[in-house]
Design a protein around this ligand. Sequence first.
Ligand code: NI
Length: 190
Amino acid sequence: MEIKESTSLIQPYSDFIDLDKVIFKDCKAHNVRHASDMKGYYKDAAMLEKLIERGDPLHYETFECQVPQEYGHLIYGLSKLQPGVVGDECFMTKGHYHTIIETGETYLCLEGQGYMLMKTQDGQVKAEKMERGSFVYVPPYWAHRSVNTGDTPLTTLFIYPAEAGHNYGDISQEGFLKRIFKRNGAIVIE
Ligand code: NI
């Protein structure tokens, strides 16, 4: 058997996702973002500051597998985004391009309501609705962020090429071209 230099041979294994509680059991790579990690991302910076002063609540978490970050491997995990608004803008993840921009990603929504908001560097923008069962394909070249428009956590299962990497780059400055708001109970994308 030939083992490529690019790609480690590891043993097959299983993980366990509790589909009732929607948690990744015994996950080793847990990342947490609070409101204070989101400075520069929301339209209303003053309202974000108020939120931070009022206890800096949990914003979102990711639970990732640990596999070699190499060509050929796949990274999978859960993203759990809390419900809420900053002013009237719905809670969202920072969003990113992949460092290797020609890599895609899939997302299966396990609970909650929201959108996968996507954009390209040449200004195309797309919002795909997510609810339990939605399976979103993020093609290569599209930056992607989750937005929670519901009243409960928005949890997705993601899978992407392990060498892809995350590029937050210019997103805090230029945003996603569109934002998602909740006004008088209606969802507004503008
Ligand atoms: Ni990604």
